[in-house]
Design a protein around this ligand. Structure first.
Ligand SMILES: [Zn+2]
Length: 262
């Protein structure tokens, strides 16, 4: 790179760091104002190559939130940080949904899984954690007008997929499609939980199209997921959370393993 281009890159990096720092401050202030104190030990850093929006990891008695380059450009950075910080709040206050041991045990109890299966199961458990985190973040995001009603509608509608996976690997497709079905249920559940309007029924219709294109034996499990995720219990304890997860995973395996010989 020539010296001029190098200076430009360095300036751009500084700018981005400053954007992330400001967004971090705003997000933690909004949460504090809403009654959710996340403490002082929460860093936010950018990973330009991260292929998804962001994540939170523990770090020396506190937390590090890593956000993608894409999230900075998307205009959703503050909303993302509020979401990640809501996870931090749930962890700090020891909400059972964020107890990693319970999650590991619930999946461990199922026996040996292929790596792709394990990933799908942890994604499912992460959806549940997200719903508990978003009970905090959605309220804060709306109160501070980070998203207006139509942006919230677009955002959640865009999560619903209408096309199933179709490859030569039927077993893997079944797992992928059960996973899509559950993610669709999560998007619709989140709309119900927060009164986000499904304008023109776009989410509902996309999901109906999806359900019509997967095996009926799988699709019949859909109502369980939408109902469970819409009505996740608020009186969560470590015990009843373990029971809840065992039940969710049992239903998921039934949906994903429709071709297994009994
Ligand atoms: Zn999350």
């Amino acid at each position: 790179m020539n010296p001029r281009a190098e200076t430009q890159t360095a300036n751009k990096d500084l700018e981005t760091t400053e954007i992330v720092r400001k967004a971090r401050e705003n997000a933690s202030r909004m949460l504090r104002d809403a009654g959710y104190d996340i403490g002082n030990n929460v860093d936010a850093v950018i990973d330009p190559k991260l292929p998804f929006m962001g994540y939170t990891a523990p770090q020396r008695g506190g937390f590090k939130i890593v956000v993608s380059g894409g999230s900075v450009e998307s205009g959703l950075l503050e909303g993302l940080l509020v979401h990640e910080m809501s996870h931090v709040y749930r962890i700090r206050t020891q909400h059972p949904s964020h107890n990693g041991t319970i999650l590991q045990e619930a999946v461990g109890n199922l026996g040996k899984m292929r790596p792709y299966q394990e990933k799908i199961l942890f994604d499912l458990l992460n959806d549940i954690q997200d719903l508990y985190a978003d009970d905090i973040s959605f309220q804060v995001i709306r109160k501070n007008k980070i998203m207006n009603d139509s942006q919230a509608t677009d955002f959640l509608q865009s999560w619903v997929k209408d096309k199933p996976a179709k490859t030569d690997d039927v077993k893997k497709d079944n797992w992928t499609n059960a996973s899509i079905m559950e993610h669709n249920a999560r998007a619709l559940a989140q709309m119900h939980r927060h009164g986000v309007k499904d304008v023109d029924n776009r989410a509902k219709l996309a999901n109906q199209k999806f359900l019509a294109s997967i095996p009926p034996k799988m699709a019949e499990h859909y109502p369980y997921f939408e109902n469970l995720l819409t009505n996740l219990r608020q009186d969560l304890t470590e015990d009843n959370y373990g029971t809840l997860l065992a039940d969710v995973l049992k239903h998921f395996l039934e949906a994903a393993n429709i071709n297994r010989l009994k």
